[in-house]
Design a protein around this ligand. Structure first.
Ligand code: FAD
Length: 321
C-alpha cells in the first residue's frame, strides 16, 4: 500500500476547501493509499487535523511552532521536509494556490524530484495515475504520467470534488516537533485588501466586472449580486488598471485562475488574457452591451444589454428565489 501526504492549507483558523480536494485527489491516485494530512500553524491544530480525517485522511500530522503562524516558504518548507523525512511518503498532494505555487517547487527541488502542477483531473491507466493539466492558457490539456520517484502534484482548486464529510471517522493525530528557525523573512502584519467573504479562487460562483462597470461605485451592485448567489467578486485587468477595484481581484493570465460552477462576466470584452483565467468555468454567463464582444464566443448564456439595467434586475429576481 502506498502512502500519500496531503499538505493542508489554512485560511485564518479554517482549512481551505482545496485541502479536502487534495485528499480526494490522493484517493484518485491510489484508492488503497494511506492518506496522511499535514497541517502547520501556531495553535488549535487538533480540530483542523480532525477535519482532514473527517474528509477522508486516514491520519494526520501537526507541526506547531510560533514561526508557522503565517506562511513563509522557508518556515513551511522546513516543517514539511521534516514530516517527509519521518513519513517517507510515495506521493505528495497540495493545492495549486498562491501558497502551493510557492512551496511545491521549493520542496521538489530540495527532494530532487519532479512535480506535476495545476492538475485538474486524474485518470487511471491500469494502476498508473494519469494527470490532466491545462496548457496554453487553458486552450488545450495535456496528460502526464510519473514514471518513477515521488508522485508530487498540485491540484487546481474547484476541480476535483472533495469526499463527503464523515464526522464519525477517526484516526491518529501525531504532533511533530520541528525547530523552525533562521528565517530570513518574518511576516509582521497581514493587511487584508480583498473582502473577508468567499475566497475568490475557491468560490463556486464568481461575478466579475470589467471596464464596462465604469467606476468603483459601479462595482457595488456586483458585490450585491455575488452576495445573493453566495459567491465572490472578481475583475478584469481593465477594471483593476482603472482602479475600480483591487488587483487581488484580477482574473486572467497575470491574475488568478478560477474554475467556479458559475462565472458571470459583467462588462468584460473577453480578451484572450482574461479568458486564460476563467474559460474552464463550468457555466459562463456574459452581460455586455456589444453583441460582437468576444466573451459571447465562450459564454453558455449571453445577455446583450446595459449592465446597469440587467444586474439590478437579476438581483431583484434572485432575491425572490
Ligand atoms: P474592455 O476590453 O475595455 O471591455 C469592456 C467591455 O464592457 C466592452 O466589451 C463593452 O462593450 C462593455 N461595456 C461597456 N459599457 C457597458 C454597459 N453599460 N453594459 C454592458 N457592457 C458594457 N486582462 C485580464 O482581464 N486579466 C489578465 O490577467 C490580463 N493579463 C494581461 C497580460 C498581458 C501581458 C497583457 C498584454 C494584457 C493582459 N490583460 C489581462 C489585459 C487584456 O488584454 C484586456 O486589456 C483586458 O482584459 C480588458 O478588460 P475589460 O474586458 O474589462 O475591458
Amino acid at each position: 500500500m502506498s502512502k500519500i501526504l496531503v499538505v493542508a492549507e489554512r485560511k485564518d483558523n479554517e482549512l481551505r476547501n482545496v485541502s479536502f480536494e487534495a485528499i480526494a485527489a490522493a484517493k484518485k491516485i491510489d484508492a488503497d493509499a494511506e492518506v496522511v494530512g499535514v497541517v502547520c500553524g501556531e495553535d488549535d491544530l487538533e480540530s483542523l487535523a480532525n477535519d482532514l480525517i473527517y474528509h477522508g485522511a486516514d491520519r494526520a500530522v501537526t507541526v506547531k511552532h510560533d514561526n508557522l503562524k503565517t506562511y513563509t516558504s522557508e518556515g513551511y518548507s522546513q516543517a514539511i521536509l521534516a514530516v517527509i523525512e519521518q513519513e517517507s511518503p510515495d506521493g505528495i498532494v497540495m493545492g495549486h494556490t498562491s501558497i502551493g505555487k510557492d512551496l511545491s517547487p521549493k520542496l521538489a527541488s530540495r527532494l530532487n524530484t519532479g512535480l506535476v502542477s495545476d492538475v485538474v483531473d486524474i485518470e487511471k491507466d491500469g494502476d498508473q495515475p494519469v494527470f490532466i493539466r491545462p496548457i496554453y492558457s487553458g486552450k488545450a490539456f495535456e496528460k502526464k504520467v510519473i514514471k518513477d520517484g515521488l508522485t508530487f502534484v498540485t491540484i487546481r482548486p474547484n476541480n476535483i470534488a472533495k469526499l463527503e464529510e464523515d464526522p464519525s471517522r477517526s484516526g491518529e493525530i501525531r504532533s511533530v516537533d520541528v525547530d523552525v528557525k533562521d528565517l530570513k523573512t518574518i511576516v509582521k502584519e497581514v493587511i487584508k485588501k480583498a473582502s473577508d467573504g468567499v475566497d475568490l479562487s475557491e468560490a463556486k460562483v464568481v461575478v466579475a466586472g470589467g471596464r464596462g462597470v465604469k467606476s468603483k461605485e459601479g462595482f457595488k451592485p456586483l458585490y450585491e449580486l455575488a452576495e445573493v448567489l453566495g459567491g465572490a467578486v472578481g475583475a478584469s485587468r481593465g477594471a483593476c488598471d482603472a482602479e475600480y477595484c483591487d488587483y487581488s481581484l484580477q482574473i486572467g493570465q497575470t491574475g488568478k485562475v478560477v474554475t467556479p460552477d458559475l462565472y458571470i462576466a459583467v462588462g468584460i470584452s473577453g480578451a484572450i488574457q482574461h479568458l486564460a483565467g476563467m474559460s474552464n468555468s463550468k457555466v459562463i454567463v456574459a452581460i455586455n452591451k456589444d453583441p460582437e464582444a468576444n466573451i459571447f464566443n465562450i459564454a453558455d448564456y449571453g445577455i446583450v444589454g446595459d449592465l446597469f439595467e440587467v444586474v439590478p434586475m437579476l438581483i431583484e429576481e434572485l432575491k425572490k428565489v
